[in-house]
Structures are given as structure tokens and as C-alpha cells.
Design a protein around this ligand. Structure first.
Ligand code: IPE
Ligand code: IPE
Ligand code: MG
Ligand code: MG
Length: 283
């Protein structure tokens, strides 16, 4: 078993058990959650805990909270008012499979339930829960991913500087990659929290540029999602710098992530293994 699936298999099992109920809302939540997601964010959190020697399986429900927020962000990202896409995780998007109102509400429910998952946890202290909720809320909310989505839409069709583009990517994508790394650090008594934030930012930027490169060199079948950057005239590194420069940037950033990880007193092999799998991803 590769290192990603060592953790993601547990995430998938717990996700399947996490949404109970048979009404249309629950069906839509399950539809969006229990599909071909790579589970990179929860895996990052669990791998960091493992790398610090913590019993990572105890913290699965916290890891699920991050996947809930990420999945909600994807449901809303695909809506007609946003990227207007029909394919996600190898299946019709939630608003196509159900309807727009149900997709909006399934997103709302996942966002809200994410915080129930943390607050109802039975292992963490009350103080830890507040710290975790604070990190997740700030990375997801109006200073985090949601703001990034606003910028992403605002700059459609515009010409942007590299600094603006980096800010869009930092907010819309990297903040939700910082979150799991920082949340693991909080559980590990805030060890290296600033370094994890920096690793998350760099890995998140690499991840988004890589996504925009894959969008050009891959296809919808392989990616399992609609490739709509050109139709939507999105501002991307590929558009700004060209594919060759964008790829160099991705390599440079993955190298920076690895050197930051090497400076930490953790089981580096575990983190390196995950970073390497992300670097080699084909979808
Ligand atoms: C897709 O994220 C959205 C971006 C930030 C590029 P992922 O590539 O992690 O999507 P899933 O969860 O595997 O579907
Ligand atoms: C990814 O946005 C970021 C979020 C969903 C918050 P994109 O629009 O660039 O990603 P894809 O291509 O739809 O996965
Ligand atoms: Mg988008
Ligand atoms: Mg999109």
C-alpha cells in the first residue's frame, strides 16, 4: 500500500460513517463526499501527527472536518454562479446530479457540520478544540479560502501581476493546506507551528500551480473534473508565465517544501513520502 492510501483508507472509512440520514440533503452530502477525492488535506494532518509519534487514528474526526470544508468549497466552486462546471471527482457535479438549491445547502451543511465534528470530539481538550476551530475558521473564511474565491472570480479575464496571482492562490488554495498542518501542530503542543504554516503556504501554491499545469497537459477523464480555466479566462501561472516557467515554479516550490521539512525534528520520511506523492500526482 502506498503511503497516501495508508492514511486515506482510514479517512474514507470514517467519512462513509460520518453522514447519517436518508433525506435528500444527506444523500447530496454523501454524493459529494464519498467520491474520488484524493483526501490530501486530512492525510496531511494525520501524517504530521504520525511523524511526531502521535496515535493518529484517534484524530480522524478532526481530519474529516477539513475534508468537509474542502468538499463544500468544491460544490460551491462548481455552481453556475462560480466556475459553472459539470464534472467533479469523476462524476456529475452535485448541482447537476441533484439541483442547485440542494447543492448550495449540502455545501452549507458540510461547512457547518465541520465545526460540529471538532466540537463533539471526545479525545481533545476544550482548549485544543477552540484552537483547532480558530485555525480552520480563519483559513476557510473571509480572510482565507472564501476571500480567495472572491479574488479568483474578480480577476477573470484580467491581466494580473505575479504578486496578485500569488495572493489569489494563497487564499483560495494554500490556506486550506496550511490548516491541516497547523492543526496537527496544535495537537502536538504547537510544535513548529510557524514552520508548518510556511510549509503549507508553499505546498499550497505548488499544488495550485501544478493543478493549472495539469489542466493544460491532461484531460477531463484523467482529472475527473471539468477543465474550464480557458473558458472562464482564469488568471493562472500558465497564462501569465507559460507552461515551462510554471513547471519550473512548481519544482522550485516542492524543493522548498522539502528543505523546510528537513529542518524539523520529525520523522521526515513520512512527510517526504506524502509530499512526493502529491508532486507526482496525475489528477
Ligand atoms: C481541487 O483540490 C481544488 C484545488 C485546490 C486545486 P483537490 O485536487 O485536492 O481535489 P480532490 O479533493 O482530490 O477532488
Ligand atoms: C480551487 O479552485 C479552489 C477552491 C475550490 C476553493 P479551482 O476552481 O481553481 O479548482 P478546480 O479546477 O475547479 O478544481
Ligand atoms: Mg474556481
Ligand atoms: Mg473550479
Amino acid at each position: 500500500m502506498d503511503i497516501m492510501s495508508y492514511y486515506s483508507a482510514e479517512v474514507n472509512k470514517a467519512l462513509a460513517d460520518s453522514v447519517q440520514g436518508e433525506n435528500r440533503l444527506h444523500e447530496a452530502m454523501r454524493y459529494a463526499l464519498l467520491s474520488g477525492g484524493k483526501r490530501i488535506r486530512p492525510v496531511l494532518m494525520l501524517a504530521v501527527l504520525d511523524a511526531y509519534g502521535y496515535p493518529w487514528k484517534q484524530y480522524i474526526s478532526v481530519a474529516l472536518s477539513i475534508e468537509y470544508i474542502h468538499t463544500y468549497s468544491l460544490i460551491h466552486d462548481d455552481l453556475p454562479a462560480m466556475d459553472d462546471d459539470a464534472l467533479r471527482r469523476g462524476k456529475p457535479t452535485t448541482h447537476i446530479a441533484f439541483d442547485e438549491a440542494t447543492a448550495i445547502l449540502a455545501g452549507d451543511a458540510l461547512l457547518t457540520d465541520a465545526f460540529s465534528l471538532i466540537s463533539e470530539d471526545t479525545v481533545l481538550s476544550a482548549h485544543e478544540k477552540v484552537q483547532l476551530i480558530q485555525i480552520l475558521a480563519t483559513r476557510a473564511g473571509s480572510k482565507g479560502m472564501v476571500y480567495g474565491q472572491v479574488l479568483d472570480l474578480h480577476y477573470e479575464g484580467a491581466s494580473v501581476t505575479q504578486a496578485v496571482l500569488e495572493s489569489i492562490h494563497h487564499h483560495k488554495t494554500a490556506k486550506l493546506i496550511e490548516a491541516p498542518l497547523m492543526m496537527a501542530s496544535v495537537i502536538a503542543n504547537e510544535r513548529d507551528i510557524k514552520v508548518w504554516e510556511s510549509i503549507g503556504k508553499t505546498l499550497g501554491l505548488a499544488f495550485q500551480i501544478q493543478d493549472d499545469v495539469l489542466e493544460v497537459i491532461s484531460d477531463e477523464k484523467m482529472m475527473g473534473k471539468s477543465l474550464s480555466d480557458v473558458r472562464n479566462e482564469k488568471s493562472t501561472y500558465v497564462r501569465l508565465l507559460g507552461i515551462k516557467e510554471a513547471r519550473l515554479k512548481v519544482d522550485e516550490m516542492f524543493s522548498k517544501v522539502k528543505s523546510l521539512v528537513r529542518g524539523l525534528d520529525v520523522n521526515v520520511d513520512v512527510i517526504d513520502g506524502i509530499v512526493e506523492s502529491v508532486k507526482k500526482r496525475l489528477n
